[in-house]
Design a protein around this ligand. Structure first.
Ligand code: S3P
Length: 180
């Protein structure tokens, strides 16, 4: 296997169901990189599920944890980081994303996302399709504000997206073949 390394952290942003975690995992496996999913990291750190944090402490408490974790992950050796869909809500996070690494927006519409998300109960902010459409629409400008690159995911599989991301990262000098 050809081994690669990252020169900067890579953040995947986009609406729920865009494939941020799957694409980042696929890249990690194919190219020998380390990947971290922010929600999984938060769940391990807190010892409870994201939906429990929302239910027990409310969204703002979750956002506080998410903000702290974003800074923590940005300061580690460069990783592939799949971010929760709401990471762009806080202006402070948008600044960290823009200045801390290379940001890829995996774009998806709420309608397509609904078809991809198996268990909606894991997504406390995706209850109703009309609400999700409105939320997606309000967030698109924020994803684009932080993104270095936007990739449309409509009708595309995880492997095709992973290879496209690899090409972009190589071209931008974010991903380099490891020197032995
Ligand atoms: C959220 C997205 C979720 C998770 C939480 C809030 C959001 O992550 O962080 O439920 O506000 O869009 P995914 O985008 O990985 O589903």
């Amino acid at each position: 296997m050809e081994l690669y390394e990252l020169t900067r952290p890579v953040f995947f942003v986009g609406f729920m169901g865009a494939g941020k975690t799957s694409v980042s995992r696929k890249l990690a496996r194919k190219f020998g990189l380390a990947a971290v999913d922010m929600d999984t990291y938060i769940e391990r750190r807190e010892g409870r599920k994201v939906k429990e944090i929302f239910a027990q402490d409310g969204e703002e408490a979750f956002r506080d944890i998410e903000q702290a974790v974003l800074v923590e992950l940005t300061n580690k050796d460069p990783l592939l980081v799949s971010c929760g869909g709401g990471v762009i809500k806080r202006p402070e996070n948008r600044e960290v994303l823009k200045s801390g690494g290379f940001v890829i927006h995996l774009r998806i519409s709420a309608d397509e996302a609904r078809g991809r998300i198996g268990d909606l109960s894991t997504r406390p902010l995706f209850n109703d399709l009309d609400d999700a459409r409105a939320l997606a629409e309000s967030r698109m400008p924020l994803y684009d504000e932080v993104a270095d690159v936007t990739i449309d995911t409509a009708g595309r599989g995880v492997s095709a997206l992973a290879y496209e991301v690899r090409d972009v990262l190589e071209r931008e000098g974010v991903l380099c073949r490891q020197q032995k």
